[in-house]
Design a protein around this ligand. Structure first.
Ligand code: NOJ
Length: 732
């Protein structure tokens, strides 16, 4: 349809019909088995169900076809219904959780992964996904850190942009692609105390320089949708926040697509104390610019009345409805309401998608310790012990359309690679402590203590038989994701008991940690020979982990987020502002900015990760010591593989603006490049530094750079390297 035809359609619609295009209802209203948490069916009136413009949380070619047929038959203008779903890191084939994808430092691989997810979801009738999540996360207590690509604005920007490109492809009419939705606008990741849904207080410069950046960069790729966030920000709920949605999103970022609320967030403005009742909430959401009300029911109940009374101008309603119709049009739904689902078969997990998932999971594994070259595994007796040794629960709480049955466990992959002779496995303990609670409630094990004692005895005897124990520990996959904030970042006590008992056997210990968030790993580090973070690695997790621990490939993941010594350091991130009393490297420490009982920095910093081979950095240089816009400077370094195995390395560029009208972070990632090197090979890696990269939100509240001294590191992690220097000239 062309624009004119859409406008004609709009002018022919009744106010009720228009309003209903802005109403999204749960898929459970159409089908009993749609998986949506905390939703009771039958809450939505038949009249709303008949006209609501979109639904979520439901998939399956056959059933969506049926629903679409019925819906379009009853709709007065036969406008198709839109199906949306949280395809976060996989539909049928599940990739590692986004934090694990962040660890790959490989946006191109992430783009390919998103394209694969889109293809599978589209073949199951899905039109739009609620991804990417571009929230900056500096707090490991917040369970949704698992859904982010980490603590850094540049890494998040590249990853979120890559996901939008992957999901949407070149042309949304191509039924192998789906619409993307950048979320959660804005600053949801800064929830106070790391407690989900909590409020956010941020200065405008931190908001703009750090928190808004990745949304902005992703929006440059033209996502069809943006989603508001649950939190209030500086006292105003994001869902009713005109500064965010009108000034920043529409005016500054130039976003032209559909703005959808998060689940129930329009109605939640009442709880926030920002709307008096549901009618007021509908008014505030609409006036602030929310197009689609996801499931609060406020628009369906009150928007028509608000338009009729003139409280909401018809023009505003028309603009919002046109954006929704336009989205349907861009998806090609007017030509083909059954887009992607011409057969009943639905998507199948292909070899190609498995390979992609295996590669993505392997690329994100981060080796933190490797004492005495405990890894790769030797051809000897290996025991896979721990609650993650033989489980298919390697997806995460945000992969509900994926099926655990398709997942390859570590044990299956180990058997495939080594055969049964020199292998043993034992669970060792339950996944959770007795009193642990996940988002969906407690996982109860009968006779918990007896069961754990029995599992421990079995595990110790397997360890005594083995030469090396591969200890597979971690958080339960339902302990990260929405509503999974935690005040402790320790592994379950029952798993730590297993580790210390296995240690007593004197065997070599390779600890693999499966997690959706940074954890406290001091104790684990002490007791292990090797330590590797495996995140929640998805469908091909078992194969990917075995590829790396067996030495088929070298680990190359880097931490996308700081791992603390202790939870008391949270929120923790490398790009902090300097203080007037920085802690000196070698003391005296009194009256400096520090903890009495802990380091300031991370146990394992952002950007850190080991390899089986070794890399040497040398000849770091800048092409000039002075620069004025529009010139640029090239920063380069020679990287050599000095070990005996091919390996990938992520070269990182950090910059510091030494003195400015507003204090600038001690370092900020300004570029990164992942390269592969054969043993003995060397490559020069260069980065261009231009004036635009040096801009920030100045004391005059403008995006500008300021003349002065800059430090540059070309190095291996956020805490490595020696700085070079240059001056930016020509601006006051
Ligand atoms: C709530 C979550 O915050 C959001 O990320 C998700 O997309 C929606 N629910 C829809 O499931």
């Amino acid at each position: 349809m062309d624009k004119k035809a859409l406008e004609t359609l709009l002018s022919d619609m009744s106010t009720e019909e228009k309003v209903m295009q802005l109403v999204q209802i749960p898929g459970s209203e159409y089908e009993a088995d749609a998986e949506i948490t905390g939703v009771e069916r039958g809450q939505v009136k038949e009249s709303v169900k008949r006209l609501a413009g979109s639904t979520l949380g439901i998939w399956g070619s056959k059933r969506l076809k049926k629903i679409q047929e019925q819906y379009m038959k009853e709709h007065p203008h036969h406008i198709p219904l839109m199906f949306m779903l949280d395809v976060i890191h996989g539909h049928k084939t599940v990739l590692p959780c986004p934090l694990g994808q962040g660890a790959s430092f490989d946006p191109e691989a992430v783009r390919k992964g998103a394209a694969m997810q889109a293809k599978e979801a589209a073949a199951d009738g899905v039109h739009a996904t609620f991804s990417p999540m571009a929230d900056l996360c500096r707090d490991a207590r917040w369970g949704r850190i698992m859904e982010s690509t980490g603590e850094d604005k540049l890494l998040n920007s590249r990853m979120a942009a890559a996901m939008v490109e992957g999901y949407q492809g070149e042309d949304l009419k191509d039924s192998a692609h789906i619409a993307a939705c950048v979320k959660h606008f804005a600053a949801y990741g800064a929830a106070e105390g790391g407690r989900d849904y909590n409020n956010t207080e941020l200065s405008e410069h931190t908001l703009r320089e750090h928190y808004l950046r990745a949304y902005g960069e992703a929006i440059k790729k033209d996502p069809v949708m943006v989603m508001t966030s649950f939190n209030s920000i500086n006292g105003i709920p994001a869902t009713g926040n005109t500064f965010l949605m009108k000034k920043v999103l529409r005016e500054e970022f130039g976003f032209k697509g559909v703005l959808i609320s998060d689940w129930g967030a329009v109605g939640e403005m009442i709880n926030h104390g920002y709307a008096e009742d549901r009618k007021d909430a509908a008014l505030k959401g609409m006036m602030a610019g929310v197009d689609i009300d996801m499931c609060s029911g406020c628009y369906s109940a009150h928007l028509e009345e608000l338009v009729n009374s003139g409280a909401v101008p018809m023009k505003l309603l028309d603009e919002a409805v046109l954006r929704v119709l336009n989205m349907k049009n861009e998806l090609g739904l007017f030509e083909d309401p059954f887009r992607g689902i011409d057969t009943d078969a639905g998507p199948v997990i292909s070899e190609e998608s498995r390979n992609l998932a295996r590669e993505a999971a392997a690329a994100g594994l981060v080796l933190l310790e490797n004492k005495g070259k405990a890894l790769p595994l030797r051809k000897e007796k290996n025991a896979f012990i721990g609650p993650y040794a033989d489980t298919k629960r390697l997806q995460s709480s945000w992969a509900f359309s994926g099926d655990d049955e398709n997942t390859v466990s570590l044990w299956e992959a180990a058997l495939e690679l080594y055969g049964p002779e020199a292998l043993k496995t034992a669970a060792g303990c339950t996944m959770l402590d007795q009193d642990a609670v996940t988002a969906r409630g407690q996982r109860h094990v009968d006779h918990w203590q007896e069961e754990n004692d029995r599992l421990l005895t079995e595990a110790v005897s397997a360890a005594e038989w083995a030469d090396t124990v591969i200890l597979c520990l971690g958080e339960d996959s339902a302990q990260s994701g929405e509503a999974t904030s935690k005040a402790s970042l320790k592994l379950p006590a029952v798993q730590l008991r297993l580790l210390s008992e296995i240690k007593k056997t004197g065997k070599r210990i390779v600890t693999l940690v499966f997690t959706g968030r940074p954890l406290e790993l001091m104790e684990v580090r002490e007791l292990s020979d090797a330590l590797m973070i495996c995140w929640l690695p998805g469908t091909e997790g078992g194969h990917a982990v075995l590829d790396v621990i067996s030495g088929k490939r070298s680990p190359s993941g880097r931490l996308p987020v700081s791992f603390p010594y202790t939870v008391g350091q949270e929120p923790l991130h490398y790009d902090i502002y300097p203080t007037g009393r920085p802690k000196p490297e070698n003391g005296p420490f009194e009256y400096t900015s520090r903890y009495l009982d802990c380091e300031n920095g991370a146990l394992y910093p952002f950007g850190y990760g080991l390899s089986y081979t070794s890399f040497e950095y040398g000849g770091e240089k800048l092409s000039a010591q002075k620069m004025s816009a529009p010139e640029s400077i090239t920063a380069s370094v020679k990287v050599r593989n000095t070990g005996d195995m091919r390996g990938d390395v992520t070269v990182q560029l950090y910059i510091r603006d030494v003195c400015a009208s507003r204090v600038r972070p001690v370092r900020e990632l300004a570029g990164f490049r992942k390269i592969s090197l054969d043993p003995g090979a060397e490559e020069e890696v260069s980065f261009v530094i231009n004036e635009e990269m040096l801009r920030f939100w100045t004391a005059e509240e403008k995006w500008e750079s300021e003349a002065g001294k800059f430090l540059v590191w070309i190095c291996d992690s956020s805490s490595a390297g020696k700085p070079l220097e240059f001056r930016l000239e020509g601006r006051a």
